[in-house]
Write a protein that binds this ligand. Sequence first.
Ligand code: XMP
Length: 527
Amino acid sequence: TLLVLDNGSQYSHLITRRLRELNVYSEMLPCTTKLGDLAFKPKGIILSGGPYSVYDPIAPHVDPAFFELGVPILGVCYGLQEIAWRVGKENVVAGTEREYGHAIITAQRHNDHVDRLFKGLEDGMQVWMSHGDRLAALPEGFVTIATTTNSPFAGIAHKEKPVYGIQFHPEVSHTPRGTDLLRNFAIDICGAESNWSMPNFIDKEIARIRKLVGDKAQVLGAVSGGVDSTVAAQLMKTAIGDRFHAVLINNGVMRLDECTQVQQTLQQHLGINLTIVDGSELFLGRLKGVTEPERKRKIIGETFIDLFEEEAKRIEKEAENTPNAGKVEWFLQGTLYPDVIESLSFKGPSATIKTHHNVGGLPARMMNGQGLKLIEPLRELFKDEVRDLGRQLGIHDDLVMRHPFPGPGIAIRIIGEVTPERVEIARKADHIYISMIKEAGIYNEMSQAYAGLDTSKAVGVMGDNRVYGYIIILRAVTTTDFMTAEPYDFDHSLLKRIATRIVNEVHGVSRVTYDITSKPPGTIELE
Ligand code: XMP
């Protein structure tokens, strides 16, 4: 196991991701972790980047005991500065300007020991820089192993000890050979084993769930029909069988035939213990007259919780006097690594907290009101890894490759008030749109697509009459992280055929538009 000590950089989690690509297992812990807190002896340590200046009084510093362990250490950006600062406080200064962007490395070769980090990496290697502070001098006992035009100390290594530091970020995709550099460190220098695999992950996670939940408690899990919650549910079922209860709440703003499909997949195909709660009237009733986007989300989130609380009580009651009797103590969520990173990573006073999407603060109230504990088996994984995991668990490809669908559903795809009529229109249009995308074989080329509805009306001519109908907004984007996205390059003739079918077949629609806004400034959803 390698240890990644997180100094709070936005890229820290990518280090663990790259290591997994090398099949090397690593754990990331906040930089404030003490050596004595570790349950394992790391084979090597990577100190991540971070938003601080090492000389700032509030800056975090790693436990000096890690340096006494004798295992290899690689400092990245802030991590490099931390290494240099420990040797001599005068070694790190504020740069006159931030260096941000591409830089070209010139490696300095010395001897086999210090050259190991850049072994096989050619001069002229492109790297990504993002730093304000820089080294003013080479720390005592170190040599320079790489330079760039602006960074005379882009890479340093201790003359005898296996301690290395680099100013650039090997973990980001803008450093194309970054993974090779990390391989040199992890495998050649640390001697880490390259044996991490998805089946290992499954076994390890199932064992962890069993230990955590014990042999009495019950687990409630919200499922939506999306890949994350389905994969999480399948893992949970494998771990604890019938003490896991999946609940699908029909919030009245799901897609066409969604409930039936989820039932087929989870109950019939995967054999998961599933209850469907029909809350559609309750949700739509509470949404009546509401136009403010955040209010819509909040109402939906609150209503979800009300119904989950009822379900938890019902499950406990039903299990009384059966072998499964036990309290519902856990709440399962299919949260992924990019979502939890904020709660895992070291947060200092200046770090910004990303609000991550869940259904309107769902866990917070569940946790407080019910004393439920959160269980997140996918918290280490990225979307593509979850898909891989889903396949290994026997989930069919249609579901594994499904585009994400937000918890508040069609409600945030209708601009303005949500009414049953509008939901029906958006649902039908979406169904036509997605079916035609699938028929054209381009579904997997886009990351997310849907048809939304603008509630203002536009004129149209149908037969001999002027009609006023809603405007359907088609959206399709490509993205890897969902933080930024580009509109999908649609074939116009296909778009036109889709528009024709929607206007002809969905009563109440007079126009169809295609949203070509990138994110940012647009978002993927309409509200
Ligand atoms: P935006 O619209 O912010 O969406 O560009 C980015 C991704 O997040 C999804 N999304 C949500 N998912 N609850 C969810 O479960 C929400 O409230 C929510 N809002 C947006 C969206 O579908 C896209 O994949």
